[in-house]
Design a protein around this ligand. Sequence first.
Ligand code: PEP
Ligand code: MG
Length: 328
Amino acid sequence: KQATYAELRDVEPFTRDGTRITVMINAGLRDDVSALQLTGADGIGLFRTEFQFLVSSTLPQRERQMRLYRDVLDAADGKRVIFRTVDIGGDKAVPYLDNGTAEKDENPAMGWRAIRLSLEREGLLKAQARALLEAAAGRQLSVMFPMVSEPWEFDAAKAIFENQAEFLRNRRRHMPESVEYGCMLEVPSLADMLDILLPKVSFVSVGTNDLTQFLFAADRANPKLAERYDWLSPAILRFMDRIVKNMVGSQVRLAVCGEMGGRRLEALALMGLGYTRFSISPTAVGPIKELVRKVDLPELKAKMQVWLSSPPPDIRAELTAWAQANDI
Ligand code: PEP
Ligand code: MG
Protein backbone atom coordinates (compact mmCIF):
# COMPACT_ATOMS: atom_id res chain seq x y z
CA LYS A 1 0.00 0.00 0.00
CA GLN A 2 1.22 3.46 -0.90
CA ALA A 3 1.67 5.72 2.16
CA THR A 4 0.17 9.20 1.87
CA TYR A 5 2.40 12.21 2.39
CA ALA A 6 0.67 12.88 5.71
CA GLU A 7 1.39 9.34 6.84
CA LEU A 8 5.02 9.82 5.87
CA ARG A 9 5.33 12.78 8.22
CA ASP A 10 6.56 10.71 11.12
CA VAL A 11 8.44 8.19 9.02
CA GLU A 12 12.19 8.63 8.79
CA PRO A 13 13.28 8.46 5.15
CA PHE A 14 15.56 5.47 4.57
CA THR A 15 16.45 4.10 1.14
CA ARG A 16 15.82 0.39 0.51
CA ASP A 17 19.43 -0.36 1.26
CA GLY A 18 19.15 1.43 4.62
CA THR A 19 20.72 4.86 3.96
CA ARG A 20 19.13 7.64 6.00
CA ILE A 21 18.43 10.64 3.78
CA THR A 22 18.14 13.95 5.63
CA VAL A 23 15.25 16.03 4.33
CA MET A 24 15.15 19.64 5.48
CA ILE A 25 13.17 22.64 4.30
CA ASN A 26 14.02 26.06 2.91
CA ALA A 27 12.36 28.96 4.71
CA GLY A 28 12.52 32.71 5.06
CA LEU A 29 9.56 33.90 7.08
CA ARG A 30 8.49 33.24 10.63
CA ASP A 31 5.36 31.45 9.42
CA ASP A 32 7.34 29.11 7.18
CA VAL A 33 8.61 27.35 10.26
CA SER A 34 5.25 25.69 10.94
CA ALA A 35 6.00 23.56 7.86
CA LEU A 36 8.59 21.72 9.98
CA GLN A 37 5.88 20.10 12.06
CA LEU A 38 3.49 19.67 9.12
CA THR A 39 6.00 17.84 6.95
CA GLY A 40 8.10 16.14 9.60
CA ALA A 41 11.25 17.57 7.98
CA ASP A 42 14.55 17.17 9.82
CA GLY A 43 15.22 20.89 10.15
CA ILE A 44 15.68 24.07 8.17
CA GLY A 45 18.65 23.66 5.86
CA LEU A 46 18.38 27.20 4.53
CA PHE A 47 16.76 30.11 6.32
CA ARG A 48 16.99 33.06 3.95
CA THR A 49 17.42 35.99 6.34
CA GLU A 50 17.20 38.50 3.52
CA PHE A 51 13.40 38.07 3.37
CA GLN A 52 13.05 40.32 6.39
CA PHE A 53 15.24 42.90 4.66
CA LEU A 54 13.39 42.64 1.35
CA VAL A 55 9.93 43.15 2.83
CA SER A 56 11.07 46.09 4.95
CA SER A 57 11.18 49.69 3.80
CA THR A 58 13.96 50.52 6.25
CA LEU A 59 16.99 48.56 7.37
CA PRO A 60 15.76 46.07 10.03
CA GLN A 61 17.45 47.02 13.28
CA ARG A 62 19.40 44.48 15.29
CA GLU A 63 16.67 44.06 17.89
CA ARG A 64 14.07 43.28 15.22
CA GLN A 65 16.36 40.79 13.56
CA MET A 66 17.04 39.16 16.92
CA ARG A 67 13.32 38.75 17.63
CA LEU A 68 12.75 37.04 14.29
CA TYR A 69 15.66 34.63 14.77
CA ARG A 70 14.57 33.84 18.32
CA ASP A 71 11.00 33.17 17.20
CA VAL A 72 12.28 30.90 14.45
CA LEU A 73 14.42 28.91 16.87
CA ASP A 74 11.50 28.69 19.32
CA ALA A 75 9.19 27.43 16.59
CA ALA A 76 11.78 24.93 15.33
CA ASP A 77 11.66 23.39 18.80
CA GLY A 78 15.16 21.93 18.84
CA LYS A 79 15.40 20.98 15.18
CA ARG A 80 18.45 22.41 13.45
CA VAL A 81 18.07 25.76 11.69
CA ILE A 82 20.79 26.98 9.34
CA PHE A 83 20.60 30.76 9.12
CA ARG A 84 22.07 32.17 5.95
CA THR A 85 23.39 35.70 6.35
CA VAL A 86 21.78 38.26 4.06
CA ASP A 87 21.92 37.70 0.33
CA ILE A 88 20.90 41.19 -0.71
CA GLY A 89 22.27 43.56 -3.31
CA GLY A 90 22.46 42.80 -7.00
CA ASP A 91 19.08 41.55 -8.17
CA LYS A 92 17.73 41.52 -4.59
CA ALA A 93 18.11 45.28 -4.27
CA VAL A 94 17.05 47.12 -1.16
CA PRO A 95 16.43 50.84 -1.58
CA TYR A 96 17.77 51.83 1.83
CA LEU A 97 21.28 50.56 1.13
CA ASP A 98 23.10 53.01 -1.13
CA ASN A 99 24.95 51.32 -3.98
CA GLY A 100 22.79 48.30 -3.33
CA THR A 101 20.51 49.04 -6.22
CA ALA A 102 20.21 47.01 -9.40
CA GLU A 103 20.67 49.97 -11.77
CA LYS A 104 24.28 50.39 -10.79
CA ASP A 105 25.12 46.74 -11.42
CA GLU A 106 25.43 45.77 -15.09
CA ASN A 107 25.21 42.10 -14.11
CA PRO A 108 23.40 42.07 -10.79
CA ALA A 109 23.60 38.30 -10.21
CA MET A 110 27.37 38.55 -10.55
CA GLY A 111 27.51 41.87 -8.81
CA TRP A 112 27.92 43.43 -5.41
CA ARG A 113 25.73 41.14 -3.38
CA ALA A 114 25.58 38.68 -0.51
CA ILE A 115 28.87 38.15 1.34
CA ARG A 116 30.62 40.66 -0.93
CA LEU A 117 28.31 43.41 0.25
CA SER A 118 28.25 42.14 3.85
CA LEU A 119 32.03 42.25 4.16
CA GLU A 120 32.18 45.82 2.92
CA ARG A 121 29.15 47.05 4.85
CA GLU A 122 30.69 45.54 7.94
CA GLY A 123 28.19 47.22 10.26
CA LEU A 124 25.44 45.21 8.60
CA LEU A 125 27.12 41.85 9.20
CA LYS A 126 28.15 42.85 12.74
CA ALA A 127 24.55 43.65 13.62
CA GLN A 128 23.34 40.40 12.09
CA ALA A 129 26.01 38.44 13.94
CA ARG A 130 24.99 39.99 17.26
CA ALA A 131 21.31 39.36 16.54
CA LEU A 132 21.94 35.69 15.72
CA LEU A 133 24.26 35.08 18.68
CA GLU A 134 21.81 36.68 21.09
CA ALA A 135 18.82 34.87 19.63
CA ALA A 136 20.55 31.52 20.05
CA ALA A 137 21.46 32.04 23.73
CA GLY A 138 21.58 28.61 25.39
CA ARG A 139 20.99 26.87 22.05
CA GLN A 140 22.85 25.61 19.04
CA LEU A 141 23.50 28.13 16.24
CA SER A 142 24.32 27.30 12.62
CA VAL A 143 25.47 30.14 10.37
CA MET A 144 25.90 29.92 6.61
CA PHE A 145 27.48 32.50 4.30
CA PRO A 146 26.15 33.04 0.75
CA MET A 147 28.11 33.54 -2.50
CA VAL A 148 31.46 32.66 -1.02
CA SER A 149 33.80 32.55 -4.02
CA GLU A 150 37.14 32.14 -2.25
CA PRO A 151 37.93 30.69 1.19
CA TRP A 152 39.21 33.99 2.57
CA GLU A 153 35.69 35.41 2.38
CA PHE A 154 34.53 32.67 4.72
CA ASP A 155 37.40 33.49 7.11
CA ALA A 156 36.59 37.20 7.11
CA ALA A 157 32.88 36.64 7.74
CA LYS A 158 33.50 34.12 10.50
CA ALA A 159 35.97 36.52 12.14
CA ILE A 160 33.23 39.13 12.37
CA PHE A 161 30.99 36.62 14.17
CA GLU A 162 33.80 35.63 16.51
CA ASN A 163 34.50 39.26 17.38
CA GLN A 164 30.87 39.75 18.26
CA ALA A 165 30.86 36.56 20.33
CA GLU A 166 33.93 37.84 22.17
CA PHE A 167 32.17 41.13 22.82
CA LEU A 168 29.15 39.33 24.30
CA ARG A 169 31.28 36.95 26.37
CA ASN A 170 33.20 39.89 27.85
CA ARG A 171 29.88 41.33 28.97
CA ARG A 172 28.93 38.01 30.49
CA ARG A 173 25.95 37.62 28.26
CA HIS A 174 24.18 34.32 27.89
CA MET A 175 25.92 32.65 24.92
CA PRO A 176 24.81 29.99 22.44
CA GLU A 177 25.58 26.47 23.56
CA SER A 178 27.61 26.01 20.38
CA VAL A 179 28.11 27.81 17.09
CA GLU A 180 28.99 26.17 13.78
CA TYR A 181 29.80 27.84 10.49
CA GLY A 182 29.46 26.75 6.91
CA CYS A 183 28.93 28.18 3.49
CA MET A 184 26.97 27.89 0.31
CA LEU A 185 28.73 26.42 -2.68
CA GLU A 186 27.05 28.34 -5.49
CA VAL A 187 30.00 30.01 -7.20
CA PRO A 188 31.94 27.45 -9.24
CA SER A 189 35.35 28.84 -8.22
CA LEU A 190 34.84 27.59 -4.67
CA ALA A 191 34.54 23.99 -5.83
CA ASP A 192 38.20 23.99 -6.81
CA MET A 193 39.22 25.27 -3.37
CA LEU A 194 37.57 22.57 -1.27
CA ASP A 195 40.88 21.26 0.05
CA ILE A 196 41.49 24.71 1.56
CA LEU A 197 37.90 25.34 2.60
CA LEU A 198 36.95 22.02 4.20
CA PRO A 199 39.22 22.23 7.27
CA LYS A 200 37.52 25.54 8.11
CA VAL A 201 33.82 24.65 7.84
CA SER A 202 31.28 22.35 9.50
CA PHE A 203 29.05 22.09 6.46
CA VAL A 204 28.76 23.02 2.79
CA SER A 205 25.43 23.46 1.03
CA VAL A 206 25.30 23.48 -2.76
CA GLY A 207 23.04 26.20 -4.11
CA THR A 208 22.09 24.74 -7.45
CA ASN A 209 20.05 27.79 -8.50
CA ASP A 210 23.03 30.10 -8.67
CA LEU A 211 25.53 27.36 -9.40
CA THR A 212 23.80 26.38 -12.64
CA GLN A 213 23.39 29.96 -13.79
CA PHE A 214 27.12 30.50 -13.30
CA LEU A 215 28.12 27.16 -14.85
CA PHE A 216 26.13 27.80 -18.01
CA ALA A 217 26.50 31.60 -17.96
CA ALA A 218 22.70 31.67 -18.17
CA ASP A 219 20.74 34.22 -16.15
CA ARG A 220 18.37 32.29 -13.86
CA ALA A 221 15.79 35.09 -14.09
CA ASN A 222 15.66 35.22 -17.89
CA PRO A 223 12.53 33.41 -19.13
CA LYS A 224 14.09 32.87 -22.55
CA LEU A 225 16.73 30.70 -20.91
CA ALA A 226 14.55 28.95 -18.35
CA GLU A 227 14.10 25.78 -20.40
CA ARG A 228 17.36 25.83 -22.21
CA TYR A 229 19.70 23.93 -19.88
CA ASP A 230 18.69 20.80 -18.07
CA TRP A 231 19.62 20.10 -14.46
CA LEU A 232 20.22 16.57 -15.62
CA SER A 233 22.80 17.60 -18.20
CA PRO A 234 26.19 15.91 -17.92
CA ALA A 235 27.97 19.21 -17.18
CA ILE A 236 26.00 19.80 -14.01
CA LEU A 237 25.97 16.19 -12.90
CA ARG A 238 29.71 15.87 -13.44
CA PHE A 239 30.26 19.07 -11.47
CA MET A 240 28.08 17.82 -8.62
CA ASP A 241 29.88 14.48 -8.76
CA ARG A 242 33.27 16.15 -8.45
CA ILE A 243 32.16 17.95 -5.31
CA VAL A 244 31.19 14.64 -3.68
CA LYS A 245 34.46 13.03 -4.74
CA ASN A 246 36.48 15.96 -3.42
CA MET A 247 34.79 15.55 -0.05
CA VAL A 248 35.41 11.84 0.42
CA GLY A 249 36.97 11.25 3.83
CA SER A 250 35.91 14.65 5.16
CA GLN A 251 33.62 15.03 8.18
CA VAL A 252 32.06 18.16 6.70
CA ARG A 253 28.34 17.73 6.03
CA LEU A 254 27.39 18.17 2.37
CA ALA A 255 23.87 19.20 1.37
CA VAL A 256 21.97 20.57 -1.60
CA CYS A 257 19.69 23.53 -0.95
CA GLY A 258 18.78 24.67 -4.47
CA GLU A 259 15.49 23.86 -6.20
CA MET A 260 17.09 20.93 -8.02
CA GLY A 261 16.94 18.78 -4.88
CA GLY A 262 13.17 19.13 -4.61
CA ARG A 263 12.42 17.59 -7.99
CA ARG A 264 11.93 13.84 -8.27
CA LEU A 265 14.32 12.88 -11.05
CA GLU A 266 16.88 15.46 -10.02
CA ALA A 267 16.84 14.23 -6.41
CA LEU A 268 17.22 10.70 -7.72
CA ALA A 269 20.26 11.73 -9.74
CA LEU A 270 21.76 13.53 -6.74
CA MET A 271 21.27 10.49 -4.50
CA GLY A 272 22.91 8.48 -7.23
CA LEU A 273 25.93 10.78 -6.94
CA GLY A 274 26.08 10.28 -3.17
CA TYR A 275 24.15 13.28 -1.85
CA THR A 276 22.23 12.34 1.30
CA ARG A 277 21.15 15.75 2.63
CA PHE A 278 18.53 17.90 0.96
CA SER A 279 16.97 21.21 1.87
CA ILE A 280 13.91 21.75 -0.29
CA SER A 281 10.62 23.59 -0.40
CA PRO A 282 8.10 22.25 2.14
CA THR A 283 5.73 21.01 -0.57
CA ALA A 284 8.46 18.76 -1.93
CA VAL A 285 9.11 16.97 1.37
CA GLY A 286 6.34 14.36 1.03
CA PRO A 287 7.16 13.44 -2.59
CA ILE A 288 10.89 13.24 -1.89
CA LYS A 289 10.41 11.10 1.23
CA GLU A 290 8.22 8.76 -0.78
CA LEU A 291 10.88 8.60 -3.49
CA VAL A 292 13.68 7.87 -1.01
CA ARG A 293 11.88 4.79 0.30
CA LYS A 294 11.81 3.22 -3.15
CA VAL A 295 15.46 3.65 -4.08
CA ASP A 296 18.19 1.08 -4.04
CA LEU A 297 21.28 3.27 -3.90
CA PRO A 298 24.09 0.89 -4.94
CA GLU A 299 22.29 0.09 -8.18
CA LEU A 300 21.50 3.74 -8.87
CA LYS A 301 25.05 4.83 -8.09
CA ALA A 302 26.50 2.30 -10.52
CA LYS A 303 24.12 3.49 -13.21
CA MET A 304 24.98 7.17 -12.63
CA GLN A 305 28.69 6.53 -12.95
CA VAL A 306 28.14 4.80 -16.30
CA TRP A 307 26.07 7.74 -17.54
CA LEU A 308 28.64 10.26 -16.34
CA SER A 309 31.62 8.61 -17.98
CA SER A 310 29.95 8.24 -21.36
CA PRO A 311 26.84 10.42 -21.31
CA PRO A 312 23.88 9.18 -23.31
CA PRO A 313 22.17 11.83 -25.48
CA ASP A 314 19.38 12.27 -22.92
CA ILE A 315 20.11 11.41 -19.29
CA ARG A 316 16.62 12.55 -18.31
CA ALA A 317 15.08 9.92 -20.59
CA GLU A 318 17.45 7.23 -19.31
CA LEU A 319 16.72 8.07 -15.69
CA THR A 320 12.98 8.13 -16.34
CA ALA A 321 13.16 4.68 -17.91
CA TRP A 322 15.31 3.39 -15.04
CA ALA A 323 12.86 4.76 -12.49
CA GLN A 324 9.93 3.14 -14.26
CA ALA A 325 11.71 -0.18 -14.54
CA ASN A 326 12.33 -0.03 -10.79
CA ASP A 327 8.76 0.92 -9.87
CA ILE A 328 9.83 4.36 -8.71
C1 PEP B 1 20.75 28.85 -4.69
O1 PEP B 1 21.37 29.75 -5.27
O2 PEP B 1 20.64 27.70 -5.14
C2 PEP B 1 20.11 29.10 -3.39
C3 PEP B 1 19.61 28.12 -2.67
O3 PEP B 1 20.04 30.39 -2.95
P1 PEP B 1 19.03 31.49 -3.55
O4 PEP B 1 18.02 30.72 -4.38
O5 PEP B 1 18.45 32.17 -2.37
O6 PEP B 1 19.95 32.33 -4.35
MG1 MG C 1 21.92 31.57 -4.31
